[in-house]
Design a protein around this ligand. Sequence first.
Ligand code: UD1
Ligand code: MG
Length: 481
Amino acid sequence: MFYTTPFCCKHGGAAGMVPAFRVFDLFGLSVTQSDFAVVILAAGNGTRMKSALPKVMHPIAGRPMIAHLLEALRPLTPAATLVVIGPQMDSVARIVAPAESVVQDPPLGTGDAVRTALKALDGRLAPQGGIDEVFVLYGDTPFLTTQTLSRLLAERRRISAAILVAGMRPADPGRYGRLVLAPDGALERIVEAADATPEEQAIGLVNGGIMVIDAHHLRDLLDALDSDNAKGELYLTDIVRIARRKRLFCRAVELPAEELLGINTRAELAEAEALMQRRLRRAAMEAGVTLAAPETVFLCTDTALGRDVVIEPNVTFGPGVTVGEGARIRSFSHLEGAAVGAGAVVGPFARLRPGAVLEDEVHVGNFVEIKAARLGTGVKANHLAYIGDSEVGARTNIGAGAITCNYDGVNKYRTTIGEGAFIGSNSVLVAPVTIGQGAYVAAGSVITREVPRDALSIGRGRQVDKPGRAGQMRRRQLMKN
Ligand code: UD1
Ligand code: MG
């Protein structure tokens, strides 16, 4: 059984994070015994997504799906990582850097994509170069873990296979390629769903889209490909049949279907999101976070939640959020690019936008929006406020309805509020402006110049009382009717 393949991790670190077979420590010197290259295919049009965005750029838990794969590969330190992209995919090239991008134009199938990548690896593959295995991955399979990738490499070497393919048995084999095994258990060929006979369609073991290939054979195998199939493409999967014809040994190993989920449609994207969210919520709870209704909380892969954080139902985390120990995020809040300090309380119905930094014990209440602003320890902004491009000193109180006017239609300006200040309800602080330490701003003020330290500033029309005037007005109106 593949999961129990002997696998030792000689160099410490988390089990499975280091490919044990690659590096031997000789008298303190690390010597790379074998180098491998990674080729990630991402040039397909992703037609089934019906999207202007390249398929591999669609995010799952706040991160483009291809970035999940690169993240899993990173600890394995491949000798080269090449991403095959289409001609209008600069966004993919940017996100995968420093991995090299190679353009496949036009996309003539997965076999053609690997051929394109090989041109960029010219001279680096065995027997001329030092790279003696090539890991081919598809950019639309984001659930692979470092541990699994590392084990696949180790397994191919252990059994000296020309090609090792990762298979799975999903509930619905649908459009996946079927793995046809020989009586001795070797992998005989891969048949694409569109080309399969009814008997082949009935095979439950399918191609998960990962191959580890012995670099000595790869070029010859690819040269033998043809497009005599239902799609008229060069299928990478045909190299198994060609290898068998050359009497090379090929093998499939089975992985959990969950890890090999391939995303081709919006429905599969939604399934992937749900699966990733379940993983992230479980990990958060295992790390000591309370999720009152886990299925209603949406996390990003980089959401960092401290111990004893409580997340109430219906909270969404965008990318780049950290929450310190014991903080409480109340219902219906939306956080993105924000840092929340220990013991802080956010929400209900709060919005923290990029650059919001809440130090410890800050309280941000309902319908309060914070953007690019630092709120010092113990600041309270409990109702209906907007604080943007600001620095707010510790223990300052921001009254209901107070806002910073940070934008004049062209430029943004900063507001600085000292420690222990009190900003009265419904005040408008027209930036650039400074409110001194301990100052009071009267409710309803429009503040356009500096408020000195410990001053009380009132910036509003004076109240005028006209005794009896309301009654007179009412009587006049009644007479008119
Ligand atoms: C492919 C496999 C199938 C496997 C499934 C697993 C082939 C022929 N079929 O089918 O056996 O069960 O993945 O998810 O390989 N791509 C290119 N250039 C191209 C064509 C595709 O780079 O010319 C890229 C795509 O962007 C994608 C990947 O290759 O990331 C796979 O292509 P896709 O069209 O999704 O193949 P499947 O039909 O899913
Ligand atoms: Mg696919």
